[in-house]
Design a protein around this ligand. Structure first.
Ligand code: NAD
Length: 489
């Protein structure tokens, strides 16, 4: 029998009302390892009721000191117990243990940051342009927040939503991906001793069933979504019908621009980490390398030789460099895109095929792939692969490099590599992206906003406004002089 992961509602593990379950496949073995509750509208209704009650309790809604204390308790509890979450997530999405351990060890930090940021929030006095009145700004939580997450880093993505949403005084319903729900369920169960019932609920299931029901539920007043462009567009459509705001963190096709004067060792590490470290399954994957023609061949040779020594294997082992692709649909999608790229004439410098790994013959492994001379209007250059596929084109002039970088319907992140700091800043300001890294790549911090432009989404997570983004403004006016007779004027 496989372990069964139930919903988590109002502090309790709850079976799905329709009795249906979804199989979760371990991508390293290709075998079913667990089952998740297949949530429907009735399950969602229970979670919404619990969340709505929890967020309206005065000791939550009106007591920021209590909220800060709960967030600190979550952080402390995660610091002590995060090890329990590591294997769950790897069984679901196959990410290498060194990366997952680092993410889990850092989970508590996100909650601690927002506990402290909440303590620093001030009531704002408004300066009015009228005599006889004064006003101040009150910030109100939305109430119930729907937090819909993707499969690549379920608990880190959830932290970016749940921590500021709770700090703001909301209650949340997390809907993890149907491909990787185990860690979110165990996370909520683990925190039960330190989180008042109903504040963190988890409903598992498919997007078009459980996810859509959360977005449509009346009492859910804000939705924050991380996932694909197609999923995001559907969520935004449903949210629009029900008149509620959405934050969309979607995909990307992020460029890494390497200029001739760059420190090539740093740039090499940045490019490798940007596209191959998590098998390219990160939203900011630096999947388009735009490199000056004068250094291109040498740089690509060094990239290739770095890939040769990498070890495939069990993602649960510390000495594995390349684990499996997270799930079968994604594995099939990447291979199909590679086939079409080959047919379209892309030149394969490395990889480009699946890999059979001893002991994991049914696992979903793909070789890190470098494609050069890729037509800039081709599918593989323009569309997100979300896999270990780096496309390369050379440039001659700075204008060409920036035009190539911006010729994309995405705009999530970009890398700029140059030894000239002023020049690099100028390029950074001309690149269309929500985040630009100069001589660096792939870091995240609770202090810096994350989000996209164009079809990479809208709204931001993290950063200085993260808590306010989970609150609504109320202007409170105060008459300081007698109210005039309205007909006397
Ligand atoms: P997905 O859109 O298939 O699913 C994401 C989540 O949305 C899942 O929980 C899914 O069940 C749910 N969902 C799907 N359709 C829905 C609907 N109609 N109503 C409500 N919920 C629905 O995406 P995925 O394949 O899980 O994730 C990969 C994508 O996520 C990639 O495009 C990647 O770039 C993106 N991503 C973005 C960021 C970021 O911060 N910008 C971070 C990680 C991943």
């Amino acid at each position: 029998m496989h372990p069964k992961f139930q919903h988590f509602i109002d502090g309790q593990s709850v079976s799905p009302q329709n009795g249906d379950w979804i199989d979760s496949i371990n991508p390293a073995t290709g075998a079913v390892w667990a089952q998740f509750a297949r949530g429907n509208a009735a399950d969602v209704a229970g979670a919404v009721r619990a969340a709505n009650t929890a967020c309206n309790r005065p000791d939550w809604r009106d007591d920021s000191a209590n909220r800060s204390a709960v967030l600190h308790a979550i952080a402390d509890h995660l610091d002590k117990n995060f090890e329990q979450l590591i294997e769950m997530e790897i069984n679901d999405n196959g990410k290498r243990i060194r990366e997952v351990r680092a993410q889990m060890a850092g989970l508590g930090g996100w909650y601690r940051h927002f506990a402290m940021a909440l303590a620093d929030m001030q009531v704002e006095k408004l300066s009015l342009d009228q005599p006889g009145v004064s006003a101040h700004l009150e910030l109100m939580p939305f109430g119930v927040v729907g937090a819909i997450t993707a499969w690549n880093s379920p608990l880190m993505i959830a932290a970016w939503k749940v921590a500021p949403a709770l700090a703001a005084g909301n209650a949340v319903i997390i809907k993890p991906s149907e491909m990787a729900s185990a860690s979110s369920v165990v996370f909520a169960e683990l925190l039960a001793p330190v989180v008042p019932n109903g504040l963190i609920n988890v409903i598992t299931g498919y997007g078009h069933e459980a996810g859509a029901a959360i977005v449509a539920a009346d009492a859910v007043r804000k939705v924050t979504f991380t996932g694909s462009e197609i999923g995001g567009a559907k969520v935004a459509g449903t949210a629009a019908e029900h008149v509620k705001p959405v934050t969309l963190e979607l995909g990307g096709k992020s460029p890494q621009i390497v200029f001739a004067d760059a420190n090539l060792e740093n740039a090499l590490n940045g490019v490798l980490s940007g596209i191959f470290l998590s098998n390219g399954q990160t939203c900011v994957a630096g999947s388009r390398l735009i490199i000056h023609n004068s250094i291109r061949d040498d740089f690509l040779r060094r990239l290739q030789s770095n890939l040769e020594s990498l070890r495939y294997g069990d993602p649960l082992r510390d000495d594995t460099d390349i684990g499996p692709i997270a799930n079968k649909p994604q594995f099939d999608k990447i291979l199909a895109m590679l086939d079409r790229a080959k047919q379209a004439g892309a030149d394969i410098l490395a990889g480009g095929h699946k890999v059979t790994v001893e002991g994991f013959e049914n696992g979903f492994f793909i070789a890190p792939t470098i494609l050069q001379n890729v037509a800039t209007d081709s599918e593989i250059w323009q569309e997100e692969v979300f896999g270990p596929v780096l496309c390369v084109n050379g440039f001659e002039t700075t204008a060409d490099a920036i035009n190539m970088a911006n010729d994309s319907h995405y705009g999530l992140a970009a890398g700029v590599w140059s030894s000239d700091a002023e020049f690099a800043k100028d390029v950074a300001s001309r690149v269309h992206a929500g985040t630009v890294y100069i001589n660096h790549y792939r870091s995240v911090s609770a202090c810096a906003p994350v989000g996209g432009v164009k079809r990479s989404g809208y709204g931001r997570e993290l950063g200085p406004n993260a808590i306010r983004d989970f609150m609504q403004e109320k202007a409170v006016w105060q008459g300081d002089a007698p109210m005039p007779d309205p007909y006397a004027q």
